[in-house]
Design a protein around this ligand. Sequence first.
Ligand SMILES: *[C@@H]1O[C@H](CO)[C@@H](O)[C@H](O)[C@H]1NC(C)=O
Ligand SMILES: *[C@@H]1O[C@H](CO)[C@@H](O)[C@H](O)[C@H]1NC(C)=O
Ligand SMILES: *[C@@H]1O[C@H](CO)[C@@H](O)[C@H](O)[C@H]1NC(C)=O
Ligand SMILES: *[C@@H]1O[C@H](CO)[C@@H](O)[C@H](O)[C@H]1NC(C)=O
Ligand SMILES: *[C@@H]1O[C@H](CO)[C@@H](O)[C@H](O)[C@H]1NC(C)=O
Ligand SMILES: *[C@@H]1O[C@H](CO)[C@@H](O)[C@H](O)[C@H]1NC(C)=O
Ligand SMILES: *[C@@H]1O[C@H](CO)[C@@H](O)[C@H](O)[C@H]1NC(C)=O
Ligand SMILES: *[C@@H]1O[C@H](CO)[C@@H](O)[C@H](O)[C@H]1NC(C)=O
Ligand SMILES: [Ca+2]
Length: 521
Amino acid sequence: MPLLSREFLVVTVLIAVLFPGRAAANQSAKCLALQNSLHFENTTILNVAYIAKATNVSTPGICQSTAPVTFAPLCRVQFLINTTSTSAVHAEAWLPDVWFGRFLGLGNGGLGGCIDYVNLDYGTQLHFAAVGSDNGHDGGGPTDSGDADQLLNHPEVINDFAFRAVHVEAVIGKEIVRAYYGTPAAKSYFLGCSTGGRQGTQAALLFPDDFDGIVAGAPATDFNHLTIWQGLISHYVGAPISPATPSPKFIPPALMSVVSAEILRQCDALDGVIDGIITEPDACEFRPEVIQCTAGETTNCLTPIQVEALKNVFTPLFGLDGQLVYPRYAPGAEADPFGNIFGGGFFVFSDNWARFTILNVTEFDFSNFSVAVTPFWDSINPGGIATYNGDLSAFRRRGGKFFTYHGQRDPIISPTNSKRVYDLISHTLSLPSLDDFYRLFMISGMGHCDGGVGPTSFGQAAGLNLVNTSSHNALLAMVDWVERGIAPDTIIGTDTNGSTRTHCRYPMRSVFNGKVFVCTA
Ligand SMILES: *[C@@H]1O[C@H](CO)[C@@H](O)[C@H](O)[C@H]1NC(C)=O
Ligand SMILES: *[C@@H]1O[C@H](CO)[C@@H](O)[C@H](O)[C@H]1NC(C)=O
Ligand SMILES: *[C@@H]1O[C@H](CO)[C@@H](O)[C@H](O)[C@H]1NC(C)=O
Ligand SMILES: *[C@@H]1O[C@H](CO)[C@@H](O)[C@H](O)[C@H]1NC(C)=O
Ligand SMILES: *[C@@H]1O[C@H](CO)[C@@H](O)[C@H](O)[C@H]1NC(C)=O
Ligand SMILES: *[C@@H]1O[C@H](CO)[C@@H](O)[C@H](O)[C@H]1NC(C)=O
Ligand SMILES: *[C@@H]1O[C@H](CO)[C@@H](O)[C@H](O)[C@H]1NC(C)=O
Ligand SMILES: *[C@@H]1O[C@H](CO)[C@@H](O)[C@H](O)[C@H]1NC(C)=O
Ligand SMILES: [Ca+2]
């Protein structure tokens, strides 16, 4: 089978270049014809529009009101898949005129709920036919929890969220691509982070044929345990509080900055460079006692209760049976503002997941929340959300490739958990190294999915410092791996000022050689 439909590609590009007006007119008519020509079971074509030039299009639902389309011309198909009589997935396919024969499925974030318009645009910029869905319910902007109340007493909506939306997005999305271009996509890819990283992992486990290459960042794997842990992290520091009666465990933001400065003082230099980046937080044994208040001291220091709270934060979470529930919080990550897990309230995703899918109630008092809930949560495991299973054998057997990455300064999902998942797969498959199909890149300094400190942009999503080479771009690296058998040994991150750093794949370590960081076994 040819890797790409090169003749098709060349013809399309030539027509576009030589006869832009004429090609556009034809392409537009061809696009609009999809409104009546597409017929798939349980699927309604809601709207079809040809977007001739860079523009802002309006979006349905409550997620965003407009989305930029910088890489036009493309054909936009909005559709609805009724997955059961009580659940439905809204989705969009963006089909660029200049198509390189590749399909791209996109993931979601948090407990949402939002079509990933930003990466629909990104995918089409790189000439993929890109498809995104709302994960089965509408909601989940950057500041809310994903309108997770739509999950309450709707087990089929939970199933869409936990495993089904990305699958139907791939199945129907590929059919739309085939119908529009007259040829199926030669290769299919997935791109997502956080919940999207979990969705990519779930796809590899449950639907190994859906994607040839999966780019899954900061995966929210072992989801129930993650959610218990996040709730407890917020609880350790004093949730819930009221402004009138703050918990004595609470660490106000100004004091938290003192904690972060002390963490850097104790651990920044461990990697040989004082640069605000703790290359390997697993090597940092932070001792909060060092800044405990001495007699008469009242400012910029911790009470014994606050010291205890921080010790809990930076200790792995064990269940009442002594088994590890979830790894510890990464020292240094508390400085990243994303998610505000130390804000004093019970962490919003934990609150919503508990109420709307585990307890099935609208109100709940989390004052006494504890790790003792773990067996009960495990027994419910809504929609099979856990996504903690090392058996990727079917995905590996069919030649699938998996690129995963995790910020070492991730403030809401422990980067150590991605190592734990790597080790789980390695044990389950009896493979000491997963290099032939699964590579995990630990990104020093990076927060949740992107940002943080230092060179942390490597094409993992739109809106970053995009460099269009596979050495610097995770999605293009994946294309090289799937289509040319060239696996990424490292991924090079770029900073806003253009400086770069080579990031290493686990279990290699990032070591300073006196001049730059290099990867060593
Ligand atoms: C599309 O192209 C064909 C062949 O080049 C031409 O005959 C036809 O008129 C074009 N259609 C439109 C709508 O421009
Ligand atoms: C899209 O909207 C943004 C923000 O309002 C604006 O800066 C940009 O110019 C718009 N782009 C186009 C192509 O209209
Ligand atoms: C499909 O889902 C939509 C949105 O939830 C709903 O309005 C419609 O009635 C559903 N159609 C069927 C046939 O169930
Ligand atoms: C269509 O939906 C029904 C349930 O509403 C389901 O049984 C059937 O398998 C679906 N068809 C496809 C092709 O997914
Ligand atoms: C990256 O590639 C895309 C698609 O070819 C192109 O539109 C974009 O300008 C390129 N960006 C850079 C920074 O080279
Ligand atoms: C909540 O509903 C789920 C089914 O969606 C059920 O398995 C679970 O036991 C319920 N929780 C409680 C506390 O009853
Ligand atoms: C939490 O535990 C305390 C001490 O056992 C008890 O007094 C209180 O009522 C509990 N609160 C809730 C909401 O269960
Ligand atoms: C970019 O910024 C970093 C951090 O501020 C600094 O260490 C580095 O020297 C800068 N690089 C360039 C090329 O300006
Ligand atoms: Ca350092």
